[in-house]
Design a protein around this ligand. Structure first.
Ligand SMILES: [Zn+2]
Ligand SMILES: [Zn+2]
Length: 377
C-alpha cells in the first residue's frame, strides 16, 4: 500500500521515508519521527552525559553532598561513589529499547576518576552503541555531622558507673559497644543526627557524649537492660545555641549493679554462696551448695546486704575424685591438691572428670558450667 499520497519525505534531506503508522489521535507527532534513518542517526545520542561531574565527599565519614544536603551512601571507596554519581547523571534516550550498559572506573589521580561508560540499545530497529567518558572530580569536605562531632557538640552525656565498685574492663567495653551499635542502627535508617561525639574513660567508669537526649536515654536503658543496674536522668545545664534557642543537656547516670552476673556472693542467710545470674530489679542466682535458685527480697532489690566472694573468672578447673552420694562429691583442692569433700549441687554432672570450682572464704564450691551467670543477662 504505497501510493504517492501517503508517502512522506524527510524534511531534512528530502529522501522518501518508508510509510509509518500514524500517531494515535490526540498524540502529537514526534517531529523526529519523519526524519529518514540517516538524518535521524546523524545527530542521535544514545546517552546524554555531562562533561564532568564534581562530587563533594566528606573525608570524615564518606557522606556525599547531593542537592543541598549530605547523604550517607554507604560507599566502600571513592570509586563506588563515582559509579553512583555517574549512573544517576547519565540519561539514556527514551526511544532506546533493550538498553545494556557498563561502567569501568579508571583512577587518574587521588581526586579524579575517569568513568568509561558503554551503552547499547535498539532504536528504530537498529542496534546502537555508544561510549562516553566522564571524569569525576572528588572534592573532599567536612559534612555537617562531622563538623558537629569535631566541634564537640552533644546533647546527652551518659556516665557509666557501678555501685560500690568500679566497672570492669568488660563492662566499659560493652557499654561503648552498645552505644555504637545503637547509633549504627539509627544511622542505618538514614538518621544523620545520630552520633557519639566523645568517649572518655575515667577512673570510675566511662563517659559518652551523644548527639540527642532521646538517643542518650535509649542507649542508657539498653546498657542497663544488658548489664543490669539502673539509670537516673537529670538535666545538667541549659545553654543557648547560636540562634538563641535553649539547649537542654541531660546526664544519664548509669549505675551498674553492685553484684553483676558472674559474681559469687554470700547473702548471709545460712544457705551458702550464690552465683549471681541477673541483677535487674532483684538480684537472682543459683546456690552453689545445692543448685537451688536464689532471689533477693523485694525490698533488697539488686543490692542485698551480702559479702562478695569472687567471680566466675576466679574459678579453677579441678579433678573430680569420687562422687560420694547425692549431696557430696570429692574433688582436688586446686591450690593444695588435697582431696576434699564438698557439697554436690544438682547441676553437677556425675560423669564429669573435671569441674570448675571457686575457692573462697566460704570454702570450695562447684560452679555451673558456663550458662548460669552469663546467659540470663
Ligand atoms: Zn533525511
Ligand atoms: Zn562526615
Amino acid at each position: 500500500m504505497t501510493d504517492a499520497a501517503s508517502r512522506e519525505f524527510c524534511p531534512r534531506c528530502g529522501d522518501p521515508v518508508p510509510e509509518r503508522s500514524e500517531p494515535l489521535p490526540g498524540q502529537p507527532r514526534d517531529r523526529d519521527a519523519v526524519l529518514c534513518n540517516a538524518c535521524y542517526f546523524a545527530d542521535f545520542d544514545l546517552v546524554d552525559a555531562p562533561d564532568r561531574i564534581e562530587v563533594q565527599v566528606c573525608s570524615g565519614c564518606g557522606a556525599v553532598h547531593r542537592g543541598n544536603r549530605w547523604v550517607d551512601v554507604g560507599a566502600e571507596d571513592y570509586t563506588d561513589i563515582a559509579v553512583d554519581e555517574v549512573s544517576s547523571a547519565l540519561g539514556v534516550h527514551l526511544e532506546a529499547e533493550g538498553v545494556e550498559w557498563g561502567i569501568e572506573a579508571e583512577q587518574v589521580d587521588q581526586n579524579t576518576i575517569r568513568m568509561h561508560c558503554h551503552f547499547s540499545g535498539v532504536v528504530r530497529g537498529t542496534y546502537v552503541e555508544e561510549r562516553v567518558t566522564v571524569p569525576v572530580l572528588i572534592a573532599r569536605g567536612t559534612c555537617d555531622r562531622c563538623g558537629r562531632i569535631a566541634g564537640g557538640y552533644y546533647a546527652a552525656e551518659i556516665q557509666v558507673r557501678a555501685d560500690d565498685r568500679t566497672p570492669t574492663t568488660e563492662e566499659r567495653t560493652r557499654a561503648v559497644e552498645i552505644a555504637e551499635a545503637y547509633i549504627a542502627e539509627r544511622e542505618a535508617t538514614g538518621d544523620r543526627n545520630a552520633f557519639i561525639s566523645d568517649v572518655t574513660g575515667t577512673d570510675d567508669g566511662v563517659d559518652l557524649k551523644i548527639s540527642t537526649n532521646q538517643m542518650g536515654g535509649g542507649i542508657a536503658r539498653r546498657i542497663t537492660r544488658e548489664l543490669g543496674g539502673s539509670v537516673e536522668e537529670y538535666p545538667t545545664l541549659v545553654t543557648e545555641d547560636g540562634d538563641g534557642n535553649e539547649v537542654y543537656r541531660v546526664t544519664f547516670a548509669v549505675r551498674l549493679p553492685r553484684y553483676p552476673p558472674g559474681t559469687v556472693v554470700d547473702p548471709g542467710d545460712g544457705d551458702g554462696p550464690v552465683l549471681v545470674r541477673s541483677a535487674r530489679r532483684r538480684l537472682k542466682g543459683v546456690r552453689l551448695a545445692t543448685g537451688a535458685s536464689y532471689e533477693a527480697a523485694y525490698d533488697e532489690g539488686i543490692a542485698p546486704d551480702a559479702r562478695r566472694l569472687g567471680t566466675r573468672d576466679d574459678a579453677a578447673e579441678t579433678t573430680v575424685v569420687t562422687v560420694e552420694d547425692d549431696h557430696a562429691v570429692q574433688v582436688l583442692d586446686p591450690e593444695t591438691y588435697e582431696a576434699k569433700t564438698i557439697p554436690r549441687p544438682d547441676y553437677f554432672d556425675p560423669s564429669a572428670e573435671t569441674v570448675p570450682v571457686l575457692k573462697s572464704r566460704a570454702g570450695l564450691h562447684i560452679l555451673p558450667e558456663n550458662g548460669p551467670g552469663d546467659d540470663d543477662r
